[in-house]
Design a protein around this ligand. Structure first.
Ligand SMILES: Cc1cc2nc3c(=O)[nH]c(=O)nc-3n(C[C@H](O)[C@H](O)[C@H](O)COP(=O)(O)OP(=O)(O)OC[C@H]3O[C@@H](n4cnc5c(N)ncnc54)[C@H](O)[C@@H]3O)c2cc1C
Length: 410
C-alpha cells in the first residue's frame, strides 16, 4: 500500500521527514505556513548554516531523557548526515568541529533539499497554516486556516518547530495542534539565549567583547563552565559560551534556587600565572605612580571594562595609583577573575535560537511516533530536546526527520 503522508512545517526536520518518507514510497504533502519553505534554516549560522558537528558530545543535549536522544543520534548520526548531503551534491567543511557547507551558504543546503523534494514529487504547499488535526478512525484530517476543505491522510508528521527565533508576526501553534491528543508537553522556555543580569547598568559596556571563562552557579556552587568570547548587551551578557550556559538555567532548578554567573575576564591565567600577573602589575604601579588607576589598567584591559570593575569595587577611575595600596590593587585585580552577577532571567523567545521544552520524549516510540496516537509523528524542536551551539540542533532536526519519515511510510 502507498501511504499518503502529511508533514506539517517545511523546516529542517519537516523537509527531511518528507524526503525520507517519499524515498521510501509514500505520497507526501508538506504544509508550510510561510510563503517559502526552510526560512529559518536560511538564517542559521549567520547565513552559513552550521548543519552538524563532527565531534558531537551527546551528553551536552538537554532533555528530560538524554538517553532517548543518544539512541537516535546513533541511528542517524553526524556522519550519516554528512553522507546524506554528499549524495545530494553538497560538499561540507569542518571548522574546529563545526560543519558547514563548503561555500558557507545556507541557501545551498535549502536548495539541495528542495531539489530532491521536487525529484521525489513532494507537494510543498506554502502559505498554508494548519490549524487543526483530527483523527477519524485510522485517517488524519487536516484543516488549513481560511479553507473549508479538510485534507485526509494515512499518516501525519508534526514538525512545527518551537517559539524560538520567530520573525515578527509569526506565531507558534504546535502545542495547540497536539492538545486534542492529550500529549504531555513541557512548556517552552527560551534556550541558547542572552542572559539578563542584575546589579549593574550594562548600558555603559554594551557592545564590548572579551575572552572569558563563564561559570553558572546554583546557590553559589558551580554547575557548568564555558570558555569563549562574551559580548555585553544592555541588560547583561551574550555570546556562544553564554548561550550554552543559558540551556542549563531551567532544568534541575527549584523555585528558590539562586542562579548567578561568575565571569573571569582573565581566563589566560591559571592560579600560578595570576599570582605572577598580580606581582607584575604591583611593580608596574610603582613604576607608574603618576598614572590614574584607569590608565594603569589600560595596559591590559579594555577601557570600558576597567571603568566597570572600578565602579563595582567603588574606586574612582581618576584616583592616582600612588593613593592605592597593594592590597587594594590586588582586590581589584581579583575581581577581574571573579565578577559575579545574579541572573535575573533569560532574554525572550525572539532572540533565542532554540527552545527547551516541547513534547515529552516519554510520549514517543523510537521512531518518533506518538505511543498514544499511532500514525502520528513528531520531529525536531517540537520535542523536548535542545543542544548547545555548534550544529547540535540542526543535527537533531535532521536525525528526527530522517527516522520519522522512514517509519511513516510503512
Ligand atoms: C537565528 C538562528 C540561528 C540558528 N543557527 C543554528 C546553527 O547554525 N546550527 C544549528 O544546529 N541550529 C541553529 N539554530 C537552531 C535550528 O535552526 C533549529 O533547531 C531547527 O531549525 C529546528 O528545525 P525544525 O524543523 O524542528 O523547526 P523549524 O526550522 O522552526 O521549522 C518549523 C517549520 O514549521 C512551520 N510551521 C509552524 N507551525 C505551522 C503550522 N501550524 N502550519 C504550517 N507550518 C507551520 C514554520 O513556519 C517552519 O517553517 C538556529 C536558530 C536560529 C533562530
Amino acid at each position: 500500500m502507498r501511504y499518503d503522508v502529511a508533514v506539517i512545517g517545511a523546516g529542517a526536520s519537516g523537509m527531511t521527514a518528507a524526503l525520507f518518507a517519499a524515498k521510501n514510497g509514500a505520497r507526501v504533502t508538506v504544509f508550510e505556513k510561510n510563503g517559502e519553505p526552510l526560512r529559518k534554516l536560511l538564517r542559521t549560522g549567520n547565513g552559513k548554516c552550521n548543519l552538524t558537528n563532527s565531534s558531537i558530545d551527546l551528553n551536552e543535549y538537554v532533555s528530560s531523557d538524554v538517553d532517548f536522544v543518544k539512541d537516535k543520534l546513533f541511528s542517524f548520526s553526524n556522519n550519516d548526515l554528512i553522507h546524506f548531503f554528499k549524495t545530494l551534491g553538497l560538499v561540507t567543511k569542518d571548522k574546529n568541529g563545526y560543519v558547514y557547507p563548503l561555500n558557507e551558504q545556507a541557501s545551498s543546503v535549502s536548495k539541495v533539499l528542495l531539489k530532491e523534494a521536487s525529484v521525489y514529487g513532494i507537494n510543498v504547499k506554502t502559505d498554508c497554516l494548519v490549524n487543526m488535526i483530527a483523527k477519524d478512525n485510522d485517517k488524519f484530517l487536516i484543516s488549513i486556516e481560511g479553507e473549508k476543505q479538510r485534507y485526509e491522510f494515512d499518516r501525519v508528521i508534526v514538525s512545527t518547530g518551537s517559539k524560538a527565533g520567530l520573525l515578527k508576526g509569526e506565531k507558534e501553534n504546535g502545542e495547540k495542534l497536539l492538545k486534542p491528543f492529550d500529549i504531555s508537553f513541557l512548556p517552552f522556555v527560551p534556550g541558547l539565549c542572552k542572559l539578563v543580569l542584575r546589579g549593574y547598568d550594562f548600558e555603559s559596556v554594551k557592545g564590548v567583547r572579551n575572552e572569558a571563562k563563564v561559570s553558572l552557579l546554583k546557590n553559589g556552587e558551580g554547575i557548568k563552565e564555558e570558555y569563549g568570547e562574551i559580548l555585553f548587551w544592555e541588560k547583561g551578557i551574550s555570546g556562544i559560551c553564554v548561550f550554552n550556559l543559558s540551556n542549563h538555567c531551567i532544568r534541575n532548578i527549584k523555585e528558590n534556587d539562586r542562579l548567578s554567573i561568575k565571569i573571569d575576564l582573565l581566563p589566560e591565567y591559571d592560579e600560578e600565572g595570576f599570582e605572577e600577573f598580580k606581582e607584575f602589575v604591583a611593580v608596574s604601579m610603582l613604576l607608574n605612580n603618576e598614572k590614574t588607576i584607569c590608565e594603569l589598567f589600560n595596559g591590559f584591559l579594555k577601557d570600558k571594562l576597567s571603568n566597570m570593575i572600578l565602579e563595582i569595587v567603588g574606586i574612582d577611575k581618576d584616583t592616582t595609583v600612588s593613593k592605592i595600596t597593594k592590597d587594594q590593587l590586588f582586590e581589584i585585580l581579583e575581581k577581574l577573575k571573579d565578577i559575579t552577577f545574579e541572573i535575573d532571567g533569560l532574554a525572550g523567545f525572539d532572540s533565542a535560537q532554540v527552545c527547551i521544552g516541547g513534547v515529552d520524549t516519554k510520549e514517543l516510540t523510537n521512531d518518533f511516533e506518538l505511543k498514544s496516537v499511532p500514525g502520528m509523528f513528531v520531529t525536531g524542536e517540537l520535542i523536548d530536546v535542545c543542544g548547545p551551539c555548534g550544529g547540535y540542533n540542526l543535527q537533531w532536526a535532521f536525525t528526527s526527520g530522517a527516522i520519522a519519515g522512514e517509519k511513516a511510510c510503512c
